[in-house]
Write a protein that binds this ligand. Structure first.
Ligand code: ADP
Length: 170
């Protein structure tokens, strides 16, 4: 089992599933969501329309269409307020539920962006800690799972440094 931090555009990754940092409408947005929709093509929006939105902390799956990834797991992260609005729990839920979908779809590899750390303003270091801890716990609880690789896809060197330090301290 490998956990790795990678500096990359998540839309280019050849993994079974990529996770999208979506919003509750699931009808597209900016940031990583916009990049995923552009790369996947218009069929992704068509598929998302049929899902009728998604509550915060939950995740819904679609095919990857033109992406190298077979699946997109659309996770709705919390908007950061002040840390007292269940932000940590809701963010952890995104990671846990994405991994559950990966197990259900028998994925061997999955890549996560740093959910909520863009326009949703979740503090990056706090979010990365939650991401790595939640993934480790979920994998430990599911020893028979098909997953061989979990990628934390970083979009800048600051994020890469933070994730790398967390993974090195395991
Ligand atoms: P949110 O609304 O959940 O904050 P954003 O898309 O604004 O979502 O940002 C989430 C994270 O995704 C940020 O850390 C941002 O730097 C990163 N990001 C943006 N575009 C990409 C991309 N193409 N690949 C990977 N990560 C990306």
């Amino acid at each position: 089992m490998r956990l790795e931090a990678l500096l990359a555009d998540i839309t280019t990754l050849e993994v079974d599933a990529i996770v999208n940092a979506a919003n509750t409408s699931l009808l597209g947005g900016g940031g990583v969501d916009g990049a995923i929709h552009r790369a996947a093509g218009p069929k992704l929006l068509e598929a998302c329309r049929k899902l009728h939105g998604c509550p915060t902390g939950q995740v819904k799956a679609t095919p990857g269409f033109r992406l190298p990834a077979k699946f997109v797991f659309h996770a709705v992260g919390p908007v950061w307020s002040d840390g007292t609005q269940d932000e940590d729990v809701l963010l952890a839920s995104c990671y846990r539920r994405s991994l559950k979908l990966a197990f259900e779809h028998e994925c061997a590899s999955i890549a996560f962006p740093a959910i909520s750390t863009g326009v949703y303003h979740f503090p990056l270091e706090r979010a990365a800690n939650i991401a790595v801890r939640t993934v480790r716990e979920a994998l430990a609880a599911t020893p028979a799972a098909s997953l061989e690789k979990v990628v934390f896809c970083c979009f800048n060197t600051q994020a890469e440094t933070i994730y790398q330090a967390l993974l090195n301290s395991l």
